[in-house]
Design a protein around this ligand. Structure first.
Ligand SMILES: [Fe+2]
Length: 110
């Protein structure tokens, strides 16, 4: 969930303004983050896994995560590094570092 929050709030707005991305591609990344959050939320509600339904949701989550990370690692991140100017990358990096602590609230539950 920290991954989704961090990219939706910091990374994607930072690169969206650069203009070379198709909005539909970036919107798809956001939709996948929402799907991941929903699937994780459903998994966390199970008290006594594994049930058949738990396994089905887990399989869906694995599929969404695999496709999502592949899309980010093979397109989003390389193209961002390739197309952003050194100044834009520096600004984005500084903003990511500045807001990194905000993402930690998802891992501590606070
Ligand atoms: Fe992501």
């Amino acid at each position: 969930m920290a991954h989704a929050w961090f990219e939706n709030e910091v990374l994607l707005p930072g690169i969206r303004q650069e203009g070379f991305w198709m909005n539909c591609f970036l919107d798809e990344i956001v939709v996948e983050h929402t799907d991941i959050e929903k699937l994780l939320d459903r998994l966390l509600k199970f008290r006594h896994p594994p049930t058949e339904r738990f396994s089905a949701i887990l399989t869906q989550l694995k599929g969404v995560l695999n496709a999502h990370f592949l899309k980010e690692e093979e397109a989003l991140f390389p193209l961002t590094e390739e197309r952003l100017s050194p100044q834009a990358l520096q600004r984005l990096s500084a903003e990511m570092n500045r807001r990194q602590s905000e993402a930690r609230r998802f891992s501590t539950g606070n």
